[in-house]
Design a protein around this ligand. Sequence first.
Ligand code: C2E
Ligand code: CA
Ligand code: CA
Length: 712
Amino acid sequence: MKATEDKDKRKKEFMDELTGIYNRAGFYHFTRELLDQNPNMQFCLVYWNIRRFKVVNNLFGWERGDKILIHLADSMKEEFGGEIATYGRMERDNFICCLPFDVLSKGKWLRLGEVTYAMGDLDYHFSCCYGLYKIDDRKMSISVMGDRARIAMESVKDNYMCSYAWYNEEMWNSLVEEQSLSNDFKTAIAEKQFKVYYQPICEAVDGLVSGAEALVRWQHPARGLISPGVFIPLFEQNGYISILDRYVWNEVCKMLKGRMDAGKKVLPVSINVSRIEFYNHHLCEDIYNIVTKNGVPIDLIKIEITETAYADNPVQVQEAVNKFHEYGFVVLMDDFGSGYSSLNILKDLPIDTLKIDMKFLNGFETSEKATIILEAVVRMAKWMSLRVVAEGVEGRKEWEFLKSVECDLVQGFYFYKPMPESDYIALLDKTEIEERSFSKDEFEELENSIMNAFHRGDGVDNVLFYSMIGGMGVMEMTEDTLEILQVNRGYYEVLYGVAEDSDRNIRVLNKKIVEPEKSILMEQCKLAREKDCVQQVQLHHLLDEKGNYKWLNVKLRFLGSCGKRSMYSFVIDDIDEMKKLEKERYLFDYSAALLKVFDKVYRLDYETGMAEVLHTSGSGYMQVGDKYAFLSFFHKYEDSIRWVDCSKEVVGIIENKTLLDAELEKSANGSYSISYQCTIGEIEERINVLFFKVEPRANEVTYLCCIKANVL
Ligand code: C2E
Ligand code: CA
Ligand code: CA
């Protein structure tokens, strides 16, 4: 009797009621025994968890959720029943087992968590994530070992590309780091170390700022600026997020109220609501109270709810959205398309705006599929009278596409990065002034007419523009980019000597201008705008990667601006030939002057060691343009040279650019002279040589060697 009682008691203590395998205490107890009984065997712990088990419960109910857990336990019994191993359920959907290393290496454990559950006609597939820990120190308690395996599991929990990880020291360190961030939280709040950044959200049609999203940053005294990706998940785990969110909402309201009181322009701000907040039944009231207590109108605050919040808590989220609407808030669905219940959401949730992150459309640039999906989502949203914001817009091409599918709003680095409050305020003040000077409609009209002009259509204007002789186009400047948007046929003729007419798209260039041309042109654009006149600049234009270039004359005129974008028309002329002639002409003029004094003038090229004849008085065989190796000259005629007023050592000086430079520097008139007597055939001559250098233009140095010979 006593024995059965003991057994029952023990069973209660060590067994999991639901699944009939060990519970936490049982696993600890029997795993210790297992290790003690097999001292020479290498063991590992595997800890695993069903991904998004909460969703499983939500979709199918607790009862079915329980069945899945029992199914998992059964498959473990089947796999490891005959092995030297222990296994159990820690809590909820967390399982653990201790296996000999060689059993583990067979890889069977990876199949344990693959569950396919049939409901109606459909098979639902669930997957697990696993953490592995190799037991090297047996003195450690089983619970600490289990923690290590769990830490490893946590590291792949949100990584759908990878289902398992081995424990390592780094994981421990990052946990310690997280702990230290948690410890710093209260001080950080008290000392206002959290800063609200604002990322403008723009109208898709013209890029004008129409509002902003509040994004928190942590200005940590020791670690610098920490991004929310680091601390938000952490604070969602330990619950601090609700304090942080409220702090952020308050800061946003204070900013808005401050501007309103000062009679300054205000635009709505979207605030992020963590998915954890939906466990709090006062969420909507909390936000409403913060907004009204600060004296901010409801329509200046928009609420962003992430799609995953809905997947976790559909009922609560639905209730909250309704309540937000009752209060008059606009609600946005953030990260739409990131999870798997996207389409269901639209059916069930009365949201106002969809936010689609471009990064979820992997490879927008290259994949046709991505553009089709995006277009379909936008169209669908339109049918349902939802507005669409595309976030993460990084390039002009993406923007053009979004405009073409009539997406309403855009947000991303192409327009603005998240910025500190002071910058955002400055931007609002600036756009307020700018908008007064150029209306959105006017700019749009201007932009359209320019764009149309370059597309060859039926209109006379269009043909004219496109076929106009000479290269021309339109470029757009923002604060830090300069891009050529459209060009005509002449543009290609000027640059490459041929017109690339085969592809119509070639005229829509979207070509980013890079340094060093970028700075030169941006400068001119600014001047053209300020002075409202045509600016002209000559520049070296790189034609290809091989370093071929062409000299161009660029004329540009300011067309108009809207927000931070401004447009310029430009005309290019090929001045390559002219530049080359100019150089020759310069040298020619120069040598003409020298001619009167000297018999011969050479240009010394120290790189090649050649002296080029720029001028010769005509006697002898020498011709202009001939080149001689000057570095060997004195050595060759060494025997027939007699130095006058100087020594043989001068040869070393004139053969070495640095030494010659030093001598030129030293002399009062910037020249260096030598004299020698030389007998060639019957004739004995005294030769005076003068070296100096000229700089025809900045950074271009020419060494001249001028010779006057006197027959003795
Ligand atoms: P989110 O709500 O999806 O915010 C958009 C994120 O995308 C921001 O990252 C933003 O800086 C980034 N982003 C914007 N444009 C571009 C772009 O063109 N390219 C790329 N690559 N990224 C872009 P951030 O600021 O690091 O915030 C990360 C996440 O942290 C946010 O994602 C949001 O979920 C959360 N978060 C930020 N602030 C708060 C807050 O105050 N409360 C709560 N609960 N969560 C917040
Ligand atoms: Ca957001
Ligand atoms: Ca987002």
